[in-house]
Design a protein around this ligand. Structure first.
Ligand SMILES: [Zn+2]
Length: 301
C-alpha cells in the first residue's frame, strides 16, 4: 500500500530535519528533491489574504522557477534568502515578509496594504538580492547607444547595470509582438559634438543568462496601454539579434498597473504552470495567447 503524505506533514518533517541537521538553517534544496519528491514538483502556492500581494506573488513565483535561483537561496544565509527559502519549502506561504524586507531601499514601500507595480517590486527585489551579494544572473549590463541622425554616427555611453529592460510600444503595432520594433530610439538630452543636433538614444543589453523584459504598459497620461498580443512562440523571442526562450510571464489584468490583478505563467521543471496566488494549475503547454503579458522572464539560448 502506498501512503501519500499530505503537504502539511511534508512541511513539518522538512522543518524538523532542518533544525536537527543544520545549525545555520541553510538547506540544500538540490539534494532534498529525492527525499521529498512531492515538495518541489510544482511552484509554491502563495496566499493573497491581504488582497494586495498578487503583484509580489507573481514575481516570487517567477523567480523560483529558475533552478539557479532556488540553488542560490539555499546556499546563502541572509534574512531575505531565509524567507525565500521558507517560501520554497512551503513553511510560509505569504510574500508579506519579502515585501517588508524589500521596502524602503529606493523609496518604495511594498509593506503598505496597497497593490503596487510588479515591475517596481521586481527591480527592488533584484537590487536587494544584489546587496546581499547574491549570485546575480538576472542583472544585465546595458549601455546606451547614442545616435546622431544628422551625422549618421553612433556612440556608446558608459556601461551601466540595468535590472529590467523596458520595451516601448510602437504606434499601431497591432497584435503581433515584434520585439525588435519595440527597441525604439528616444530623444536624449545630449547634443552631438559635431553638429549640436539632439542625439537619440536606446539601451543595448548584454545579458549573461536571464533577462527581465517589461512591456511598458503605462501610457503618457498614466493610462494603461491595453494592446493584446497573440501567437508568439515561447522559444524564439528575438531581441537585439539574440534568441531567448520564455521562462515566465507575469500578466496584469485590469485598468491601471497599480490595481486589478497579477498572475503568472511559469516554466517549472519543464512543465508550464499557471500561478494565480495559491491556485497552481498545470497547463498542457505554453499559452501563446498572452493577452495580458506585462513582464517576461527570458533565458538566453
Ligand atoms: Zn551630428
Amino acid at each position: 500500500m502506498q501512503i501519500l503524505p499530505t503537504q502539511n506533514s511534508l512541511g513539518i518533517s522538512t522543518y524538523q530535519s532542518v533544525e536537527d541537521n543544520n545549525d545555520n538553517m541553510v538547506v540544500d534544496i538540490s539534494s532534498d528533491d529525492e527525499n521529498n519528491p512531492n515538495l518541489f514538483t510544482k511552484p509554491p502556492a502563495l496566499l493573497n489574504t491581504d488582497m494586495v500581494s498578487c503583484y509580489a506573488n507573481s514575481i516570487v513565483q517567477s523567480f523560483l522557477c529558475l533552478p539557479e535561483f532556488r540553488f542560490s537561496i539555499s546556499k546563502r544565509n541572509t534574512a531575505l534568502n531565509s524567507i525565500l527559502n521558507d517560501i520554497m519549502l512551503t513553511k510560509i506561504n505569504s510574500t508579506l515578509k519579502v515585501r517588508q524586507l524589500v521596502s524602503g531601499r529606493n523609496g518604495e514601500n511594498f509593506a503598505v496594504n496597497q497593490q503596487m507595480d510588479a515591475q517596481s517590486f521586481c527591480q527592488s527585489l533584484i537590487r536587494r538580492l544584489d546587496a546581499d551579494d547574491f549570485s546575480i544572473f538576472i542583472k544585465v549590463n546595458g549601455h546606451e547607444l547614442l545616435n546622431c541622425q544628422n551625422c549618421n554616427i553612433n556612440m556608446n555611453e558608459n556601461e551601466q547595470i540595468i535590472y529590467t529592460h523596458f520595451l516601448y510600444f510602437p504606434e499601431n503595432c497591432g497584435n503581433l509582438i515584434d520585439f525588435n520594433s519595440m527597441l525604439m530610439l528616444k530623444d536624449s538630452d545630449r547634443l552631438c559634438l559635431y553638429c549640436n543636433n539632439n542625439l537619440k538614444t536606446r539601451s543595448v543589453v548584454i545579458c549573461h543568462k536571464y533577462l527581465v523584459v517589461c512591456l511598458q504598459r503605462i501610457g503618457p497620461q498614466g493610462n494603461k496601454i491595453n494592446t493584446k498580443f497573440y501567437n508568439f512562440a515561447s522559444e524564439s523571442v528575438i531581441l537585439d539579434e539574440q534568441i531567448f526562450r520564455v521562462k515566465s510571464v507575469v500578466k496584469h489584468h485590469g485598468n491601471t498597473i497599480g490595481s486589478g490583478h497579477y498572475t503568472s505563467i511559469v516554466n517549472y521543471n519543464d512543465q508550464w504552470w499557471k500561478c494565480d496566488d495559491n491556485r497552481i494549475t498545470r497547463m498542457s503547454g505554453f499559452d501563446n495567447t498572452l493577452e495580458d503579458v506585462y513582464l517576461l522572464l527570458l533565458e538566453k539560448c
